[in-house]
Design a protein around this ligand. Structure first.
Ligand SMILES: *Cc1c(COP(=O)(O)O)cnc(C)c1O
Length: 404
């Protein structure tokens, strides 16, 4: 047996371990000094009580022979798929049906697995900086050499530019808006340009909208299917993690429209919805019944309300961070329609220099932007996921130092 040597081509993933190691060293050198974790990429508010009650009831149902349920449909239970189609799409005038929705154990799995659908020779376009899973999953699938970086810099407001005519045609484009790590969003026109590109070049868009619930600006699209033509070119991935506290419970979903058809190497048209169904029923036996019942409770009025409150809570933190950094004279992105705040390292420092500087001077921990790709060098990410009190405390510490 030989291993899949593509694994050995993956970049070392040391970002979060290195952050942890530096925080540990700081604590040891500064006993009694508090570290304020503004680098957290996990949510902190507990699960909504409607979800807990529904999961308790679901567990009780599994204990009675009259209500016991074993294997469910691989694509997810109808009750949840119908709630998603009705609430997240049709109520907003977006044409998506329950047969186009596939429930999973989270967005990360779907993002990692979606590469099963496309040929190893496709050219992959990745915005940089970006969520590392897009790149790593393509490396495992043997496409490391096929990845084209779409640089997102201050000059482009951290938005990817359409490939120019002399560039290779990109076959699969990963887009994530609101973006992690930059907090940037795309307008309707900007997203339309990508849909048009995909249409013109027979490309596929993988749209990661894990943060759509954070969008408050009505002009910013929450789903790629708000864009005309997107049903023919895009797969959308969503998650209950960042809005409803499901990071540990695990549930998300992927939308693969029936109109999404691509050709095989012989030129025959293939439905990606059928292919994904086949993929899921082969390698996946569905998300947990209890978890799907819990996710369904999020579509009740009480569930909607809790999500709104949670998002509002994290957004208040993110806005406060953005305002404070801007007031210090720093260049700041995000913190609007996104729980992430992305700012330029002070005094021309590198990401890691600024990480150390901020930790030493204030006890505030951040995430170095370079950990999300080379284009993130010189930038830092803070998140709105800590408590409001800790966020204000971090801001008071930042206000006490000179940053320009
Ligand atoms: C957190 C995150 C995910 C993963 O969500 P899960 O459903 O918890 O797997 C996907 N995409 C982005 C951009 C994220 O930040």
């Amino acid at each position: 047996m030989k291993v899949n040597s593509n694994f050995l081509k993956m970049p070392e993933s040391y970002l979060f371990s290195e952050v942890a190691a530096r925080i540990k060293a700081f604590r040891e050198a500064n006993p009694g000094k508090e570290v304020i974790r503004m680098d957290i990429g996990d949510v902190t508010l507990p699960l909504p009580s409607v979800v807990i009650e529904e999961m308790k009831q679901a567990a009780a149902d599994l204990g009675e022979s009259s209500t016991f349920i074993g294997y469910g449909p691989e694509q997810g239970h109808t009750f949840l798929r119908e709630a998603i189609a009705a609430t997240d799409y049709r109520s907003r005038g977006i044409d998506i049906s329950e047969t186009e929705i596939f429930i999973s154990d989270g967005a990360k799995s779907d993002i990692g697995n979606v590469g099963d659908l496309f040929d190893v020779d496709n050219v992959i376009g990745l915005a940089n900086p970006g969520y590392p899973v897009y790149f790593d999953a393509n490396v495992i699938d043997g496409r490391k050499e096929r990845v084209v970086i779409l640089p997102c810099t201050q000059a482009t407001d951290f938005k990817p530019q359409l490939p120019s005519e002399d560039m290779a045609t990109i076959d699969v484009i990963y887009l994530c808006y609101p973006n992690n790590p930059t907090g940037v969003v795309l307008t309707r026109e900007e997203l339309q340009a990508w849909v048009d590109y995909a249409k013109a070049h027979d490309a596929l868009i993988i749209f990661d909208s894990a943060y759509e619930a954070y969008i408050s600006d009505e002009n910013i699209p929450r789903s790629i299917y708000e864009i005309p033509g997107a049903r023919k070119v895009a797969i959308e991935v969503r998650s209950f993690s960042k809005t409803a506290g499901f990071t540990g419970v695990r549930c998300g979903y992927t939308v693969v429209p029936e109109d999404l058809k691509k050709t095989d190497t012989d030129g025959n048209e293939v439905s990606l919805n059928k292919l994904w169904r086949r993929r899921q029923s082969t390698k996946f036996n569905g998300a947990s019944y209890i978890v799907q019942r819990g996710a369904c409770a999020l579509y009740s009025p009480a569930g909607r309300k809790t999500i709104e409150e949670n998002v509002g809570y994290y957004m208040r933190n993110a806005c406060a961070l953005r305002d404070a950094l801007q007031a210090k004279g720093l260049i700041v992105y995000g913190g609007e329609n996104s729980p992430y705040v992305w700012f330029k390292a002070p005094k021309g420092m590198t990401s890691w220099e600024a990480f150390d500087f901020l930790l030493e001077e204030t006890g505030v921990s951040s995430t170095p932007g370079v950990g999300f790709g080379p284009e993130g060098e010189g930038w830092l990410r803070l998140t709105g996921f800590n408590s409001y009190e800790k966020t204000l405390y971090a801001i008071s510490k930042i206000n006490n130092i000179c940053l320009i």
